[in-house]
Design a protein around this ligand. Structure first.
Ligand code: API
Length: 284
């Protein structure tokens, strides 16, 4: 019987099963299936997916993220904060500020420590990708996809597309409690106009530095929080003239708050908590 040690962690309730590949060895061909199995709350451990903390040639650590359907994502904001916490607390890094490699490039983490425990993390997520082909979305190339009229199942909507290394479709609603998260979300996620699928965010604007937010995630469905999605929501809100550039915006997610700034220099800073739930051994 094969097994691996894991740590279950979460960022605002967006939980993953973290596996330290500096110490564990899992066959590459089993990763997708294992992500599905460990995510199952009845027959597995229960989480929104699985995240691997891997050696890297360009940074102290590399993050790989698998959604609960087994698909591999290219970035994960809540995951990055937890990877940063794990790396510091397990001495994979010595500094409080360090790079993390992702499938969509390098990001920079800064951990905030109290009594040797990381309580908060800031991730410099880098620049959003805004061109239609960078989202990616099919259609004639455009520098930005902002409030673009788009039809899904006979209904017309206005969509803003943003990539944070992974794809996001942002829609504005008047009342976040009435957002069509579980009805429109899965339809948009798999629409063929998004060749890689897409994460779907619903945003209610409170003022020029405060948003309410709900998400249907590509590959995981409804989650308590989506860090890259919250960053995409802030970028989309600036592009739509609803929030201010270079001003810290609080994003209220189901699982709690993230503090996000799209700076005048062009990068997106995300700050929020990262928590360890438990450790264990998974048999497969
Ligand atoms: N479902 C996402 C990956 C997880 C992103 C989210 N959990 C976050 O915190 O950014 C995707 O397939 O692009």
């Amino acid at each position: 019987m094969r097994s691996f040690s894991f740590t279950k962690m979460h960022g605002l309730g967006n939980s993953y099963i973290y596996v330290n590949l500096f110490e564990e060895n899992i066959p590459e061909k089993m990763l997708s299936e294992l992500a599905v199995r460990v995510s199952n709350v009845n027959t597995g451990i229960g989480a929104d997916g699985m995240i691997l903390i891997c050696p890297s040639e360009v940074a102290p650590v590399k993050m790989r993220i698998f959604n609960s359907d087994g698909s591999e994502g290219k970035n994960c904001g809540n995951g990055l904060r937890c990877v940063a916490k794990y790396a510091y607390e397990h001495q994979l890094v010595k500094e409080t500020s360090f790079f993390i490699e992702t499938l969509s490039g390098l990001v920079k983490a800064e951990v905030f420590v109290e009594n040797d425990v990381v309580t908060k993390v800031t991730i410099d997520m880098g620049r959003p990708r805004l061109k239609r082909s960078e989202i990616p979305m099919v259609g004639e190339e455009a520098e930005q996809v902002v409030a673009e009229p788009i039809q899904f199942r006979e209904e017309w909507y206005e969509m803003t597309g943003v990539s944070m290394g992974n794809p996001h479709a942002v829609f504005y609603v008047d009342d976040i409690e009435q957002a069509p998260v579980t009805t429109l979300g899965p339809i948009v996620e798999k629409d063929t106009r998004f060749p890689e699928g897409i994460n779907v965010e619903f945003v209610e604007v409170v003022n020029d530095h405060e948003l309410h937010f709900r998400v249907w995630e590509r590959g995981s469905g409804v989650t308590q929080a989506c860090g890259t999605g919250a960053c995409a929501a802030v970028v989309a809100s600036v592009l739509n003239g609803k929030t201010a550039r270079n001003k810290e915006t609080v994003v209220h997610l189901a699982g709690g708050d993230l503090y996000i700034t799209w700076t005048d220099e062009g990068n997106v800073l995300m700050t929020g908590p990262a928590e360890t739930i438990c450790t264990g051994v998974y048999y497969y």
